[in-house]
Design a protein around this ligand. Structure first.
Ligand code: ARG
Length: 587
């Protein structure tokens, strides 16, 4: 427990013994430096319950607290607020607690599977995927930090009519060319043929319409569309030529995706392919029918009635026996719990699929799977760009690779303007641009509550001042240079020192790390962590501006402040790593 949590616990005990009130958690807040006292306890909730004068209550609790806890130096009641001042030694002791920020956490003996990314193989990754991937990866890191075992997974949609479209276009218009020959990234290469299909298909539709067909008929009768459908059937029957082409093109896509993942700094423990999972789930349909959870309609299609849950009827199997998206996801969930010893499963998927997951979880529950209560949809909002620069030519999707490259270039320009990296090797400079550019992107996206839709503003994200990744990285780098200039070496700290308000504020923030990790892991929101780092950095900066370090004549004090700087930089580095963001020693 950090100091704040200890005070909170003490107060709960006091409230119980003084007023026989159980489970009361009064809010304890850290004070700003210009406030009197280190913490403030908010008494109001008790005033209401006990119908007692707030001043009197504050005095009673303050008295009891000062008696029970040796490190309270004084207290003062102002209206319904109880201000507490602590002795310096409380903060020295708290530093031991902050030191534990870097201990390995007690394992929770639970494994969580986190699914993220889950792309389709006909299109390159875009800005929406970036939010998905950053969230899924960061949540995985945070869960690990909180003591869970994590299995990172993705399910790749590698089959279906959309892939056949790319395949067909390549066969017809590709002249046998390959990504290597054309020096094109594999996923882009295949994506281009998907676009090509669409262009040619539209021409055919126009042609047919000119010949007098209705739009609807033209769409269905266009030769390209029919050929794509035929290809899908051939694929399903295992036709060798089609399968070989399919494998070849998917390999191109994966090598492209892997480059993108690598540059983003993320990885996976497992990959599932829809070509293997799409048949799953059909036997569950039989099981559901037997249990009376599903029902059949006249045309033979199978449904689940969720109207008792406030939802409608959901199709699970078509009349012709083919499955739908839901069927596969039912089967995949069951298989995941069968094949892995997992206690939780988190799906990182955009909020346009909220309804799908609501239904999925309800059906699994109806089927009687106990683990259905441990499924979560980590749903996130859309991310858009302000109009302009980085929109692709079509004006809609923003390509993930282009965006990363743009961030790198901006970071490079900024660094060259500032000119502080001049005597680094070319290689180190490059590394630095990349870490800062991607740090800007990652932080800007992760600091937003996942549920909210957001605007990604590239310029704002890379501002060296403000709530940005580079601002935080800059503080880290500055601490490194301070330590270097000071010739810092670790020493044991003396037990007595008079600790001022800035130092206190910083220590309080340092001690919050674990509680924040806990909160972020419970709420599956990296935003808590991002905003924590920002608060920590602000506390450090005001400490740094108001407390001389290098020129400090009192050597004990100088050492103490250097230790605080070390702890801060380590905590920044650790926190950023949970967001998948790196640090640099110079920038
Ligand atoms: N590939 C799907 C899409 O692009 C997302 C898959 C999400 N995961 C799942 N288990 N349904 O929409």
């Amino acid at each position: 427990m950090n100091i704040k949590q200890k005070i909170q616990a003490q107060i709960s005990e006091i409230v119980l013994s003084l007023y026989q009130l159980k489970d009361i958690n009064l809010d304890v807040q850290e004070n700003k430096t210009d406030f009197e006292g280190d913490f403030t306890v908010v008494i109001f909730p008790l005033v209401k319950q006990l119908k007692k004068n707030p001043e009197l209550l504050g005095e009673e609790i303050g008295e009891a607290l000062a008696n029970a806890v040796s490190y309270i130096s004084s207290f003062k009641v102002v209206k319904g607020f109880l201000n507490l001042s602590l002795k310096s030694e409380a903060f020295i002791k708290a530093l031991d607690f902050a030191d534990q920020n870097f201990d390995t956490i007690e394992p929770k003996n639970q494994t969580v599977m986190v699914e993220y990314s889950s792309p389709n193989t006909n299109k390159p990754l875009h800005l929406g995927h970036i939010r998905n991937i950053l969230l899924g990866y960061s949540v995985s890191q945070i869960l690990q930090e909180a003591g869970y075992k994590v299995i990172k997974t993705q399910i790749v949609n590698d089959r279906g009519i959309h892939i056949c479209k790319s395949m067909l276009a390549w066969e017809k218009f590709g002249n046998g060319e390959t990504p290597e020959q054309t020096d094109t990234k594999g996923d882009k290469f295949v994506g281009n043929y998907y676009v090509k299909f669409d262009q040619e298909y539209k021409k055919e539709i126009k042609q047919l319409e000119a010949e007098g067909l209705s739009e609807e008929d033209a769409k269905k009768q266009a030769p390209l569309f029919r050929q794509a459908q035929k290809m899908l059937l051939d694929w399903e029957q295992g036709d060798e030529t089609v399968r070989t082409l399919w494998e070849k093109m998917n390999q191109w896509v994966y090598s492209g995706f892997n480059q993108t993942y690598k540059r983003l700094g993320v990885d996976f423990d497992q990959i599932q392919y829809e070509s293997n999972t799409y048949i799953l789930g059909k036997d569950l349909i039989q099981e559901g029918l037997k249990k009376g959870v599903f029902f059949t309609k006249e045309d033979g299609s199978v449904w689940c009635d969720l109207s008792d849950e406030g939802l409608d009827e959901k199709l699970l199997l078509r009349g012709d026996g083919t499955s739908v998206y839901m069927t596969q996801d039912l089967g995949t969930a069951v298989e995941r719990f069968k094949d892995n010893d997992i206690q939780q499963l988190i799906y990182t998927v955009g909020n346009e699929q909220d309804y799908h997951f609501q239904v999925l979880f309800k059906i699994l529950k109806k089927l009687g799977y106990a683990w259905a209560d441990h499924l979560y949809h980590l749903s996130y909002g859309m991310v858009e760009l302000p109009n302009g620069k980085m929109k692709s030519r079509e004006g809609t999707v923003v390509d993930a690779d282009d965006l990363m490259q743009e961030m790198y270039i901006t970071a490079k320009e900024k660094a060259q303007e500032l000119g502080k990296l001049e005597n680094l090797s070319e290689e180190d400079k490059e590394k630095s641009y990349e870490i800062v550019g991607l740090g800007a992107l990652k932080y800007f996206i992760l600091k937003v509550d996942p549920k909210k839709k957001m605007l990604f503003n590239p310029e704002e994200s890379i501002d060296f001042n403000g709530n940005t990744g580079p601002f935080i990285q800059y503080t880290y780098a500055r601490i490194q240079s301070l330590l270097e200039k000071a010739g810092y070496q670790k020493q044991d700290l003396p037990k007595v020192l008079d600790i001022n308000a800035y130092e206190r504020g910083l220590i309080m923030q340092l001690c919050n790390f674990k509680a924040v990790v806990q909160k972020a892991s419970e709420s599956l929101s990296p935003a808590h962590l991002a905003n924590y780092i920002y608060d920590l950095v602000k506390a450090y900066n005001s400490f740094y501006q108001n407390n001389p370090i290098l020129n400090q004549e009192d050597l004990l004090l100088r050492q103490f402040r250097l230790e605080l700087s070390v702890l801060t930089s380590r905590t920044i580095r650790r926190s950023l790593s949970l967001l998948g963001i790196g640090v640099v020693n110079r920038m």
